[in-house]
Design a protein around this ligand. Structure first.
Ligand SMILES: NC(=O)c1ccc[n+]([C@@H]2O[C@H](COP(=O)([O-])OP(=O)(O)OC[C@H]3O[C@@H](n4cnc5c(N)ncnc54)[C@H](O)[C@@H]3O)[C@@H](O)[C@H]2O)c1
Ligand SMILES: [Zn+2]
Length: 389
């Protein structure tokens, strides 16, 4: 006999706060910004464990000492749980299950709980790996991210996802989890090699193309200055990308990507395919630059995106010092599986976001492969004419 509660569908909302801070030197004069987000648990100080990207540590061996002094400055509020831990930097940290096990063991050894904090300082890969471990431990330990690459500051670090690579597939294992706080610190970018510094701005181009012609114009204008690491131009471009990104997450109505479309993945179906095909020698930001170039050209051929704007997108990426092509594009068939992998990841029918105009994204469910091949050829031809800086 059915009861009045035999079938219930009740939508509900979970209150979340996305805390984002910007600092000049968070382990120096701006340390209070970090300390202020580490709230104690009642009368007890907050337990804090810190994990740092190994390549950042190679460049700044003084960091552990600095972190310890900052955290020791408020003993009534903060208590360090063990010494500063190093995580191998870059994609390798997302490819090794033993590393995730090691992190969980370390959390357990220091009795971290749901009111403890894990502070992770590193590039997008380290943020993803440590963030994943933090999200599954006790169903979520508070995570404070200090992104140390432009890509992580402009994009992944302010997002609500984490992931590791599994079954040889990128980001196969992961969770959606809103970080407790994100602190974008300028000084932490100082030791970043030029190649990695430029990488982040491909995601900035991506988000401006989705959201705002004005922001895109500004980015194009500042691209040569950003490639030369001009602080004001670069910091402004990151801040603008962050604003558009967090507005998308907090006001876009689909922070955990339950709907068909995933607009922030514009240009990513081919990028995600190229990364493993190059054994991750191509950086995520470079792969995204090429992927954005391809999908822009395809949008121009198929969806009325103005050809003159398509040219500007490729010029902007090139002025930023980013590649728009790669030898893999000589044989576009190699990329084709990327579309199927993209569909599989989301489930259901294929949905990719393309552009009708700058600031006017559209969802598309079918890709005309010969036209896509022609778009890829156009990108190759552009790069031959205008090589990367
Ligand atoms: N979770 C998400 O939503 C999301 C979104 C986009 C990208 N990602 C992931 O982010 C990763 C890419 O991140 P990334 O572009 O930041 O690159 P990365 O983390 O691979 O870092 C690039 C290199 O720079 C080193 N490094 C980092 N900071 C440094 C510093 N300040 N000084 C010197 N060296 C430093 C790293 O050790 C690494 O060798 C990919 O795995 C990608 O899948 C995740
Ligand atoms: Zn990306």
């Amino acid at each position: 006999m059915p009861t009045d509660y035999s079938s219930i569908d009740i939508p509900f909302v979970i209150p979340q706060t996305h805390r984002i801070r910007t600092t000049e030197d968070v382990l120096g004069p701006d340390a209070a910004v970090l300390l202020d987000v580490l709230q104690p648990s009642g009368a007890l100080p907050a337990k804090v464990q810190v994990w740092v990207d190994s390549h950042l540590l190679d460049c700044r061996p003084e960091l552990p000492q600095q972190i310890q002094s900052v955290l020791a400055s408020r003993p009534e509020q903060v208590q360090m749980a063990g010494s500063v831990q190093s995580v191998v930097g870059g994609e390798p940290c997302k490819n090794d299950p033993a590393l995730i096990e090691g992190m969980l063991e370390h959390f357990n050894r220091h009795d971290l709980d749901r009111r403890s904090y894990i502070v992770v300082i590193g590039g997008g890969a380290v943020l993803d790996a440590v963030g994943y471990a933090a999200a599954i431990a006790h169903r979520g330990i508070r995570l404070v991210r200090l992104p140390t690459t432009t890509l992580a500051q402009a994009d992944s670090g302010v997002g609500v996802k984490n992931a590791v690579n599994w079954f040889g597939k990128k980001n196969w294992k992961g969770t959606f989890a809103v970080p407790w706080a994100v602190i974008n610190d300028w000084k932490l970018l100082e030791t970043l090699p030029d190649r990695d510094f430029r990488c982040g701005f491909s995601e900035a181009v991506k988000v401006t193309l989705l959201k705002s012609r004005e922001a895109f114009d500004r980015l194009c204008e500042n691209a040569p200055r950003i490639a030369a690491r001009d602080e004001v131009a670069s910091a402004k471009a990151i801040a603008s990308a962050v604003r558009m990104h967090i507005r998308h997450i907090t006001e876009g109505g689909d922070p955990f990507e339950m709907l068909e479309a995933r607009p922030l993945d514009f240009g990513h179906w081919s990028a995600h395919r190229m990364e493993p095909l190059t054994d991750y020698t191509l950086r995520h930001g470079e792969a995204v630059s090429i992927g954005v170039a391809i999908d822009t050209m395809y949008s121009a051929r198929m969806h009325g995106f103005p050809a003159s704007d398509a040219r500007r997108v490729l010029d902007c990426l090139t002025d930023l010092g980013l590649p728009v092509s790669h030898p893999l594009l000589d044989d576009p068939e190699q990329l084709r599986l990327g579309l199927e992998e993209f569909r599989q990841h989301l489930g259901g029918r294929l949905t990719i976001t393309l552009l009708e105009a700058i600031g006017k994204p559209i969802d598309v469910h079918e890709v005309d492969w010969p036209e896509m091949q022609a778009a890829i050829e156009a990108v190759r031809a552009y790069q031959l004419e205008k090589p990367p800086r």
